[in-house]
Design a protein around this ligand. Sequence first.
Ligand SMILES: [Zn+2]
Length: 133
Amino acid sequence: MPKKRRNGGRNKKNKGRALCIRCDNCQRMCGKDKAIKRFVIKNIVDASSKRDIEEASAYLSGENPMPKLYMKNQWCVACAIHKRTVRVRSTENKRVRFVSKVRKGTELGKLYKVANRKFVVNNPFANEEKEEM
Ligand SMILES: [Zn+2]
């Protein structure tokens, strides 16, 4: 039988079995290596409210930073595509990897940087990053 993907859409390396997780949206069981994961850090309040709160606060600005929301989202493939976190990409575009950390100095690092940059034309992750901000 022909295969659609050599790795079956997974990153299982040589393991027999990977842990299963539940999709955050639909609770579907999904291999941890297959799930689409995004770590989101965002402010709890928007910028204008933040300024108002800081002005009303007794603490000096910068002395007591506002708390942030830290979330790790993980979705099954169907939900990630529905949410447009990931999209169907051309073969060339598929080589651009999504990483939250940029590795400096390596050739791979250059490729990673492209994925994280917002202003790059044809960046498949550009829309998704706007939503996170
Ligand atoms: Zn799902």
